[in-house]
Design a protein around this ligand. Structure first.
Ligand code: LLP
Length: 407
């Protein structure tokens, strides 16, 4: 079901958002359980021919209820910090379905990944391989992240497989890495991995990267798994991008001689969530119209950081004419906007607005800037809005702070 208007009222899995906002103060994140399930199942079915290990990327939204839901659907997890590993284990995802990624793993990260018996540690450099070999007491499964040198046509901050990007081992260094691994006691190299970037909306970069991985894997010999990294980008503005089944159709024949690992995030939770915010003030200057809302860049930083577009929908459809306005938050800088020069139907103060497609990289990138308490998160489960994270309290803001004696 997900998000839709029913008789002019915007609903999440059939429940009116206005009703939820009567019980939970704005701003809050709202998730559709049905949409998350639908997206995950779509991956599972589309790739069923190669029965992949789907490792949901925890960084995208690591709320433990979401991890638990995905775990019940049989998802594994891609983690890139000890915090994510902790959350994944707490959500019931077994170590044997966890891959540990990251270009800057600390000694503690590696030791803990070994202790928790994660399925794969994906090494990002030769030095890391030495560390893993050193800390492991018996043979453990390792993957190597390859930098395929591919232009994924996405925002430069999230294009991670370019030659100039910090991730992975390049083809030239790979030969050296393999000969070193052959001398290492505890490294069982079973996987080649690559993550070319996020919000990639064309299939050709994925296809090219998968082909390069498979060719390298065939040259090396002992590789059993091909990990193609994150999933598809999603339409933020009703664009007509290829869907998961098309993605699977292109990738499956390339990887069919191997076992497939895939680490989607955005395409599973992105369109399953929105940020609900209330209009505080309307304001007009010589230059512009502003809609001031109670959510800001600390709640959703994507527009400020990547200039990203999120649709903004009203909780009630009314005939009010159109305006062009900046939708801005209450924080003390001009980077605090959720949309700029947005053409939308006119609003009044106290109206509720839903910032759409905010299930991915949204709460997980939120902060306490301006000492704002992080939002609650609500998930509609079987037509009931359930709190899956409470709003932070004022006490939470000082929980870890210390005033030294005498100050
Ligand atoms: N695997 C690895 C190793 C990753 O680094 C990522 C995302 C994923 C999987 C998941 O990719 P997805 O399926 O979500 O495209 N904060 C940015 C996106 C950063 C992406 C980081 N890596 C944003 O808000 O757009």
């Amino acid at each position: 079901m997900g998000f839709e208007y029913i008789k002019g009222r915007f609903c999440c899995d059939g429940v009116e958002i206005g009703e939820i906002a009567d019980k939970v103060d704005t701003p809050f994140y709202l998730y559709s359980k049905e949409a998350i399930e639908r997206n995950f199942k779509e991956y599972k079915e589309a790739f069923s021919e190669v029965s992949p290990l789907i490792c949901y990327a925890a960084k995208v939204n690591s709320n433990i209820a979401i991890l638990k839901l995905l775990s019940k659907l049989s998802s594994g997890c891609d983690v890139s910090s000890l915090g994510e590993l902790f959350l994944a284990k707490n959500a019931g995802i077994p170590g044997k379905k966890i891959v540990f990624n990251g270009n800057g793993k600390t000694e503690d990260d590696i030791k803990m990944a070994i202790k928790e018996k994660v399925f794969l540690i994906i090494a990002d450099s030769i030095d890391e391989l030495f560390l893993i070999d050193n800390f492991a007491k018996e043979k453990i499964n390792v993957g190597i992240r390859i930098n395929p040198g591919i232009e994924p046509k996405t925002h430069p901050y999230v294009a991670t497989g370019l030659e100039k990007s910090k991730f992975g081992i390049t083809r030239e260094i790979l030969k050296n890495a393999i000969s070193l691994i052959r001398k290492m006691k505890n490294i069982n190299l079973i996987c080649l991995s690559s993550h070319i970037g996020s919000q990639v909306t064309e299939l050709s970069p994925f296809v090219e990267s998968a082909k390069r991985l498979v060719n390298l894997a065939k040259e090396i010999g002992e590789i059993k798994y091909i990990d193609i990294g994150g999933g598809l980008g999603i339409p933020y503005n009703n664009e007509n991008f290829p869907g998961i089944s098309q993605f699977a159709k292109e990738i499956t024949p390339i990887v069919k001689d191997f076992k497939l690992i895939i680490e989607p995030g955005r395409s599973i939770v992105g369109n399953s969530g929105c940020l609900v915010t209330k209009v505080l003030y309307l304001k007009e200057t010589k230059a512009k119209k502003f809609i001031v809302v109670d959510a800001g860049m600390n709640d959703l930083i994507r527009p400020a950081l990547y200039n990203s577009f999120h649709r903004i929908l009203q909780s009630e459809l009314r005939e009010q004419g159109e305006i062009i306005a900046d939708i801005v938050g209450p924080l003390c800088e001009d980077g605090d906007f959720l949309a700029r020069e947005r053409k939308m139907s006119a609003v009044s103060s106290s109206d509720l607005l839903c910032i759409m497609d905010a299930g991915a990289y949204s709460f997980s990138m939120s902060s306490n800037y301006n000492a704002r308490r992080k939002c609650p998160e609500i998930m509609v489960i079987d037509k009931k809005p359930c709190v899956i994270r409470k709003r932070e309290s004022f006490k939470d803001l000082i929980r870890n702070q210390v005033i030294p004696y005498g100050l």
